[in-house]
Design a protein. Structure first.
Length: 201
């Protein structure tokens, strides 16, 4: 299942995107995106908010095609690697330091988090790979960010956005940034599950 989450920023009028149900979602990457920014809402988009403007079959058909294409690309990428960009060249940080990657409209970052939130000060960290497909509008028209999570377990949000970003924006609007990330242990995030990150007695 693909989870789409919108963060809409304050506008000068204080208005929000109409028709959305706002519910708070916690992930590794969200607190830093919110910190120091004037975000108004973090929200999950109900499908009904799209049915009023798009036909059900058209919407579901396009979304289903994104899912299939994203899964296919993720499978190929995991098998072949990503030789066109070296993620380890990005220094992990507790703040987002975006670096141009892959193409002109894509930016990448590695977000540093505690390996174990129960022991945040033990010096052990993980690096979450995050990719942004930038909005195609001036800053004054920016609508916020849509987080894309292709589900899984084990699927890559980075590859879902990289492969499906243009189609996502054609559905939801070019005013949104699209953000995808690889969960802990998956694909481009480090350490991977294969690195035996789980301590044993």
């Amino acid at each position: 299942m693909i989870l789409l989450t919108v963060i809409s920023e304050f506008t000068q009028s204080g208005s929000a995107i109409p028709g959305l149900v706002y519910t708070l979602v916690y992930w590794d990457v969200i607190p830093v995106l919110l910190k120091g920014r004037n975000w108004k809402h973090l929200s999950t988009i109900p499908l009904s908010s799209f049915f009023s403007s798009l036909s059900y079959l058209s919407y579901m058909g396009r979304l289903f095609n994104i899912v299939l294409s994203s899964v296919a690309v993720v499978s190929i990428t995991i098998a072949q690697g990503t030789p066109d960009f070296v993620w380890n060249s990005i220094e992990p940080s507790t703040k987002f330091s975006w670096v141009d990657c892959y193409s002109d409209n894509l930016q990448c970052a590695r977000f540093k988090v505690p390996l174990n939130y129960s022991e945040p000060d033990n010096g052990k960290t993980a690096a979450i790979a995050v990719l942004k497909w930038a909005a195609q509008v001036p800053a004054s028209e920016h609508g916020g960010a849509i987080f894309v999570n292709p589900g899984g377990p084990g699927l890559s949000g980075v590859e879902a956005v990289q492969s499906g970003g243009e189609t996502y924006q054609s559905i939801f609007g070019i005013q949104f940034d699209l953000i995808g990330f690889d969960p802990r242990g998956v694909n481009l995030s480090t350490p991977t599950i294969a690195d035996s990150i789980f301590e044993s007695d």
